[in-house]
Design a binder for this molecule. Structure first.
Ligand SMILES: [Zn+2]
Ligand SMILES: [Zn+2]
Ligand SMILES: [Zn+2]
Length: 379
């Protein structure tokens, strides 16, 4: 937890309820409605102080984001980013974490990236104006990704503190044209308040037919909960064991490190890391193959499809795979498809789709004993 001296020195007390504040602007008392940005603190650099305080002055609601001065002792495990040793980028744990926006309390320790900016004399107003061009969300109230500034007390270099996925998300999906935060998938950005889908065409599977098929599902997305297919970069998958070839095509088990979209909670636009998946080889990407996939996998273009995630290609072998939930085939073979959402059921009666309210006892038996089937299905 945040030690009191840190909170006192940097956050101060709320003039309304006299309690220690939980960040530079807010206290933890729900009844205190007014922001109270504190000005008695310094980063040691006048331009940075001005810049951060400007972002805190415009705060009106608890939801509004602002930049923070993050003392170096609030960052732990600072290590150079892999493959990036000379660029001055570091991975670190921010002990306080980004502010929560629903409850009035601090976040939990979070991974962040530190980007070295330079020593104090190089950081001027014009330097920060250029930085704001590079990170266009930095002074916006819906900024979800730039947290603030810190200093390396040994080298006296200032560093920008940003979301740990910022660079990667930006390079794959680009920035949201509305809020300027990086997008989190081909359609959506990470800002909760940003409710317009923005389909990106910055990716290609290498096949026009497949691109068009995937995009047609993305273009159908209206709200965050709507699912769609994705072109999954192969480097986001940890492909491990070759599965037994019992269904007639080569299949691999693996983990989608980046993970499927978390479609349940609009409030937390996020992805579920480390989703277990199966990759099934597709021989050729012509229209017939896609038509066949739509027939054999009837949920594939539906907005409530949470079983089939998309496609990927192994860059070494050029082989293309369909990627679905690791238990898709097993559940399908055991329980069949739900007649409503067309996805494998989860047990003999129910599927996993929340909107499917009707029980669906298996009609065809899944074992070789008709008497047992009769008993189990109650017919
Ligand atoms: Zn208060
Ligand atoms: Zn946005
Ligand atoms: Zn269903």
């Amino acid at each position: 937890m945040v030690p009191d001296n840190h909170m006192r020195d940097f956050y101060g007390f709320c003039p309304e309820c006299n309690k220690l504040k939980i960040d530079y602007v807010w206290c933890g008392t729900n009844a205190c409605k007014k922001p109270h940005p504190r000005v008695q603190w310094s980063s040691g650099n006048l331009a940075i102080d001005k810049f951060i305080k400007k972002s805190q002055r415009i705060v009106k609601n608890f939801d509004d984001r602002f930049l923070e001065w993050i003392p170096s002792n609030r960052l732990e495990n600072v290590t150079p980013l892999q493959d990036d040793k000379d660029t001055g980028n570091y991975l670190a744990t921010w002990l306080d974490g980004p502010r929560y926006f629903v409850m009035r309390q601090r976040g939990i320790p979070s991974k962040v990236i530190l980007k070295t900016l330079g020593t104090s004399e190089s950081i001027t107003d014009s330097f920060l104006n250029e930085l704001a061009e590079q990170y266009p969300t930095i002074l916006r109230k819906d900024n979800r990704t730039i947290y603030g500034f810190t200093i390396d007390t040994k080298t006296e270099e200032y560093r920008l503190v940003i979301h740990s996925d910022y660079d990667e998300l930006q390079s794959i999906y680009g920035l949201c044209p509305t809020c300027l935060n990086p997008k989190i998938d081909p359609v959506w950005c990470m800002a909760r308040t940003c409710l317009e889908p923005h389909t990106s065409d910055a990716w290609t599977s290498g096949s026009d037919v497949l691109d068009e098929f995937i995009r047609s599902t993305q273009n159908n997305a209206v709200v965050w909960e709507d699912t769609f297919l994705e072109w999954i970069p192969y480097q986001h998958l940890e492909v491990s064991q070759l599965l037994e070839n019992e269904y007639g095509s080569t299949a691999y088990g693996g983990v989608w490190v980046y993970g499927k979209r978390d479609c349940q909670y609009h409030r937390h636009k996020a992805r579920e890391r480390h989703t277990r998946v199966t990759l099934n080889l597709i021989s050729d990407l012509g229209q017939e193959v896609i038509d066949e996939l739509c027939k054999t996998h009837p949920c594939i273009t539906r907005k409530d499809n949470t079983s089939i995630f998309g496609f990927t290609r192994n860059p070494a072998t050029r082989e293309c795979y369909i990627v679905y939930a690791s238990d898709y085939t097993l559940r399908r073979n055991m329980y069949g498809l739900c007649s409503t959402c067309k996805q494998p059921k989860n047990d003999p009666v129910w599927c996993r789709t929340e909107a499917c309210k009707m029980p669906q006892p298996n009609e065809q038996g899944t074992n070789d004993n008709p008497a047992l089937d009769k008993f189990v299905t109650g017919t």
